[in-house]
Design a protein around this ligand. Structure first.
Ligand SMILES: [Zn+2]
Length: 133
């Protein structure tokens, strides 16, 4: 089994990017949620719930009782769930597709900081750009 850094891979792509890679036909709902039927379990067009702001998704059409697997998680879980593979294999697929190795960690961090800063009030953005906080 090759080594996979789950923590790193869970950050290689946004939930939105993974969802479109998985061809999920999502519809936007309230609370910043997106929903669609689960490609595996069906359950109506609200069964699979994605919350991009939290990077979490859940399948309401399946349960641990029925499948023996947890029915919520991050992008690794989502990939494993939709492709019906183990999370280890899903992590490898994500790594292969989104190529985290080609992205320098520093660039990712900077982009994340910029993204986080954009949602903050101007005085906080200024403080951040001046590295005061
Ligand atoms: Zn499902």
């Amino acid at each position: 089994m090759s080594f996979v850094d789950f923590k790193e891979i869970s950050k290689v792509a946004s939930l939105d990017a993974v969802a479109s890679w998985l061809n999920l036909e999502l519809k936007t709902h309230g609370n910043g949620q997106m929903r669609c039927a689960c490609p595996v379990h069906g359950g109506g067009d609200r069964a699979l719930v994605l919350t991009p702001s939290k990077g979490l998704s859940a399948c309401h059409a399946s349960s641990f009782k029925r499948t023996g697997k947890k029915n919520w998680g991050d992008i690794i879980w989502l990939t494993a769930h939709v492709h019906q593979i183990e999370e280890h294999a899903a992590a490898l697929e994500l790594q292969k597709h989104f190529r985290p190795t080609s992205v320098k960690p520093r660039t990712v961090k900077k982009a994340a900081r910029r993204k986080a800063a954009a949602s903050k009030p101007w005085w906080k953005r200024l403080a951040i750009s001046l590295r005061m906080i």
